[in-house]
Design a protein around this ligand. Sequence first.
Ligand SMILES: [Zn+2]
Length: 123
Amino acid sequence: MKNKNSNVATNNPVDSLSKVFICHRLPERTFKIGKWYFPVCSRCTGIYISIFSYYFFVYFVYVEYDLIIIITAFLMIIPALLDGITQFFGFRESNNTLRFTTGLIAGIGLGILFKAMKWILFS
Ligand SMILES: [Zn+2]
């Protein structure tokens, strides 16, 4: 019998590592189509979609990374952090739409930061 917090994944070691390093995949926080769950939770779905969209965008458009865009990127991560932290400490319960939306915003911020680090280090 599954309890409320049981994960979609099984208990093999690879799944345990992926829960720590990739995503918790809690069923109540994961989108599903029919009976099939997405491979990552709703927040990570938003993050992955926007980070890959950002990389697709910057493949065609040159972006010069300055302090303003880096600060903006940090600010874009804050909503997802606040949503996750306040939920983690039990102050409130989020929902999948909010997780996905804040994940989309955070993904762009993370994409900018990763590209900025590469741009600063290798140019
Ligand atoms: Zn996740």
